[in-house]
Design a protein around this ligand. Structure first.
Ligand SMILES: Cc1cc2nc3c(=O)[nH]c(=O)nc-3n(C[C@H](O)[C@H](O)[C@H](O)COP(=O)(O)O)c2cc1C
Length: 165
């Protein structure tokens, strides 16, 4: 059972979750996607440009990454919530791999600053964009790197158990 964990992270919260999932699963490849032109990561520009790109459905060019869907039994997609939706680099990834993702077992998670509704609506949009009715497993956490706690660990454990099942 091999899993690919594909994720974008600007300020390391999504990366923090992705790395935890990789530790807990026996065989997982971490694939971090990054836009060729990084979004501003500081100050007001950060929210303006990232938010605008998310709302406009931008699909930035991505730096080269290695991903062969055939190799994997499950594909996990991780994204921060930007302006109530998934991030532009994740949109690019899905577009670039639409056929390869078709029929695959897919799970997903989000990191946001808001409550569960932010994650739920983002995961719903992600499902629609990929073209699936449901994920094999899903969850969302609130800025997990800043606030690590036992409950988050349990949520990640339960997600990993569903993936292994
Ligand atoms: C451009 C931008 C837009 C954001 N929009 C939202 C939002 O709509 N709802 C929310 O709960 N958090 C929002 N956030 C906060 C991030 O989702 C949150 O900080 C997340 O943990 C960041 O993940 P990262 O550290 O992996 O980049 C936004 C952050 C940025 C930079």
């Amino acid at each position: 059972m091999i899993t690919a964990i594909i994720y974008y992270s600007m300020s390391e919260n999504t990366a923090f979750i992705a790395e935890k999932i990789a530790e807990k699963l026996e065989h997982a490849d971490l694939i971090r996607i990054e836009p060729v032109k990084a979004y501003p990561a500081k100050g007001a520009k950060k929210f303006f440009w990232g938010g605008k790109a998310a709302v406009m459905g931008d699909k930035p060019n991505l730096k080269a990454y290695e991903f062969n869907a055939e190799k994997y039994d499950c594909i996990v997609i991780g994204t921060p919530v930007w302006a109530g939706t998934f991030t532009p680099p994740v949109r690019s990834f899905i577009d670039q791999n639409k056929d390869a993702l078709s029929g695959k077992r897919i799970a997903a998670f989000t990191s946001s600053s808001g409550g569960p509704d932010q994650s739920e609506k983002t995961l719903d949009k992600l499902k629609k964009y990929i073209g699936v009715d449901a994920f094999a497993a899903e969850f969302g956490l609130t800025d997990p790197k800043k606030k690590p706690n036992v409950k988050n660990e349990e949520i990640i454990d339960s997600f990993c158990e569903k993936i292994k099942a």
